[in-house]
Design a protein around this ligand. Sequence first.
Ligand SMILES: Nc1nc2c(c(=O)[nH]1)N[C@H]1C(S)=C(S)[C@@H](COP(=O)(O)O)O[C@H]1N2
Ligand SMILES: [Mo]
Length: 480
Amino acid sequence: MSDKTNSLTTMLAAAYRAETSATSAGRRRFFVSALASGVAVATSSAWSQTASPGSAQMGLTPSAGGGRLTIGEGGRGPSRMHPSFVKDVGLMTDLNATNQGGAWWNFDTYITPIPQFYIRNAFPTPRPELDRRVDPRYWQLKIHGDAVERELTITYDDLLKMPSRSIMSVMQCAGNGRSLFWEQEDFLTDPAKVSGNGWGLGGVGLAEWQYVPISHILGLVGLKSNAKAILFWSGVDGKTPNTESDTGRPIPVSEALERGEDIGLAFKMNGMPLPADHGAPVRALVPGWCGGASTKWLTEIKIASHDFWVRLNTTDHTLIGPDYPPPKAARNDEFRFIRPDQLLGQPVTWQEGRSTLAIPLTLTKQPDLPSNYPLARGEMPLLKAGPQMLRGYAWAPHAGVKKVDVRVNGGRWDEARIIDAQPNRYTWVRFEFAFSPAPGDYMIETRTTDRKGNAQPATVPYNKGGYNFFAIPKFNVRVA
Ligand SMILES: Nc1nc2c(c(=O)[nH]1)N[C@H]1C(S)=C(S)[C@@H](COP(=O)(O)O)O[C@H]1N2
Ligand SMILES: [Mo]
């Protein structure tokens, strides 16, 4: 487990568990909503059908306070407040004390609404009423280092006055899909044991981000020609009383120069001020890379003539295993809360092409199921027999999505219909395909091919932290 805990978190979590177990509802079985409509196949209306839940055919009843998430209630659900977060996490899978996954089987919009957007925190969300460093009235960002001409400290008001852009981009945790290292590749025991949050496929979302491009910031401070790396650092979230925050992540200067208009300092998400849980008032935005590079609650940017080694590019968010030789630090590199002997593997950067169906995974082997997962261990989601549309999402930020193929029970790959035009390579597309099963059990696979011709592989090699599971996912369904 990469997540640090502390006594406050542990206490809050214990109190929270006591509260929810008292209100847990009994188990109910639900059909996947998109499939329960029994409409004629191959119409684009499948999307609007799923977007308007409440039809009697779905046989759904609202859940009463707590209990399991349901399949097919879309954006509705009971409220669930949690001491580690600010927003209502009622629509999310309850992974553990500081992490909430998206309920991807309920996703149907292009932009992921904030209430459905995963939260990946190493510690509880810092609150502006308790910590001035994240209060926009007092927030400051220090930009410094030996590779800038002028140090600069800016306030939130300064940032708002700067030129900004918006971009639609997927944010994905490097650990998204980790469950499939257990389910599909059996990495459950040493020496090939994967540990970490069991995201299923809910560690991903798409938002529209408003941000000041890093190119503008670099122009203000004056980049020296010896500049090598840029460290985005929070320094806010950490062990109580926040004296040991070790959250931040560097990017090479070359990356910031190549993508100077895409990488930046985000202050809005989906048109609203950045929510507390997503890094308010300002976070880094590094589209296409794992979410860990997009440091939330940003307070420091250091631009230096050396590399930086921190938790998130050494022990965590790093591919550690026989296939991933560790890097070597140079003599003048900077270490924060990390020792030179902790450079263990290759830091996760770009995210590969991936896909998911809007159907929950059957979790059989995963060590811990989220407490409110809609399926019991080993249970398959139910579909109704007959013609229906299945739908999903595909993304491939390095090159963009070229096509998505689907196959059933290991049969022929068929191309799915891609619904959305991709506004840029960092976004996802929705896809759908016709499925007309007789009663029985089925295994459905989805495969993205990017615009450079890279298709999702059958397997990916072992890495200790279970990052970057970009192999073809397998969805088991029972048709009744
Ligand atoms: N300060 C800080 N920044 C952080 C994190 C964190 O715990 N603390 N988590 C990182 C990780 S691992 C991911 S995947 C993304 C998640 O962003 P989200 O919670 O807005 O979805 O934030 C990143 N930035
Ligand atoms: Mo992450």
